[in-house]
Design a binder for this molecule. Structure first.
Ligand code: 6MZ
Length: 376
């Protein structure tokens, strides 16, 4: 961490600077309190036995396998449309509270016949959640294709007004590695249909030990052919063949990238592919022996395009400010380094140039406001 700056001051800096979040899974970001409430309700209805799940929800460290067991539980708890909308609203509010000014929220559209849910109605529930946000000003795109202007402040501007947080939100649709080619294709078609409600790309995620690259490739190619950017969970486990196939595909971004070998990095370097870095997630799922050996260190030194992200704020009890702090504390970054790391992330977003332009202005304003601290 930069010299002359205490822990508390650095933590406050990480919280106060504007930030961009590009790798956050909706259902991985559920608040603990909401998760417990949902579990209790389902317990009372007799749908689950609450005491069986309570300790799973409250457990701190989890292996990658345990994380995916927990996701199965999340999917039981969060199956109806109202709950999806509620979670979306809360997750966006939580990111805005950390001064995230642009959030690319990813989620896997789900079919659930018993609940009358289709992939399309799932996505509509997510958008309804965005519409329900009142405590912060969220800018997203609604179903009729109009860019929503920021919600109006609740009170007229006055001296007692607290400045309202503003956040741009766009969506990525995830293909789960358990899905078939047809299901993956359905998600990409939905994304293309729903571009008008703020869907800006496709993600491939899910348990990395499940599924074959060849299953998802047709759908990912279809996305690419139709100009929809793709980000891949790449190298979350050591799987040389798949990592190479993924790099052959030339995705617009990759996430995690824990198990790339030197040759793979050479290719990634040449193509300057931005990497979504999830420090706490990688540490907690035991992708590395300790945080100081994380590939962030070398990539940062080599000035490779990087963006610090959270992955699953609920699952890993973290937030984006905390991830920035962790990077500073582990790799000796100072205030200025963090600010420009955050600023550079604007260039890797999937939203259009109009949004990029506004974000650049937000960072320029912040740069002027923070000039003393940035240049001291
Ligand atoms: C791979 C992950 C993940 O889509 O239901 N997901 N996939 N690696 C990770 N690192 C730990 N974290 C989350 O959000 C939850 C889903 O996101 C994916 C998994 O498929 C998980 O079921 P949604 O909103």
């Amino acid at each position: 961490m930069g010299e002359g700056c205490g822990f508390a001051e650095m933590k406050e800096w990480c919280r106060s600077i504007p930030k961009i979040e590009l790798h956050a899974h909706l259902n991985g970001c559920i608040r603990d309190s909401t998760l417990l409430e949902l579990a209790k309700e389902l317990g009372q209805k007799g749908d689950i036995i609450f005491s069986d799940v309570e300790h799973v929800i409250m457990k701190y460290g989890r292996s990658l396998t345990e994380c995916f067991q927990l996701f199965d539980l999340f999917h039981i708890l969060a199956t109806d449309h109202e709950t999806i909308s509620r979670i979306t609203k809360e997750v966006v509010e939580d990111f805005a509270a950390e001064n995230v000014v642009y959030l690319e929220l990813r989620t896997t559209p789900k079919n659930n016949i018993a609940k009358g849910m289709s992939k399309q109605s799932y996505l509509k529930a997510v958008v309804d959640g965005l519409k329900a946000i009142t405590s912060v000003d969220a800018s997203f795109i609604n179903f009729s294709g109009r860019a929503e202007s920021f919600c109006k402040p609740l009170h007229k501007s006055g001296t007692n007004d607290i400045k309202r947080k503003k956040i741009y939100v766009r969506l990525l649709l995830s293909i789960d590695r358990r899905e078939t080619t047809a299901a993956a294709m359905e998600t990409v078609s939905l994304a293309l249909e729903m571009k008008e409600c703020g869907v800006v790309g496709i993600d491939l995620s899910g348990n990395p030990v499940v599924g074959e690259w060849s299953t998802f490739l047709p759908a990912l190619m279809y996305a690419k052919e139709h100009g929809l950017p793709v980000t891949l969970h790449c190298g979350e486990i050591a799987n040389r063949k798949e990592i190479q196939e993924m790099l052959d595909f030339s995705p617009e971004r990759i996430g995690h990238a824990c198990f790339l070998e030197e040759d793979d990095w050479e290719r990634a370097r040449l193509s300057k592919i931005p990497v979504e870095i999830c420090l706490t997630s990688n540490l907690r799922t035991e992708r590395l022996s300790s945080i100081d050996v994380h590939h962030f260190g070398n990539l940062y030194k080599a000035q490779h395009p990087l963006v610090i992200c959270t992955d699953d704020t609920g699952l890993f009890s973290t937030n984006l400010s905390n991830e920035y702090y962790l990077a500073a504390a582990t790799f000796g970054l100072d205030k200025k380094d963090l600010f420009y790391l955050s600023t550079n992330a604007v260039e890797f977003i999937f939203a259009d140039d109009g949004v990029k332009k506004v974000l650049r202005e937000i960072f320029q304003d912040a740069e002027s406001r923070l000039a003393v601290e940035l240049h001291s």
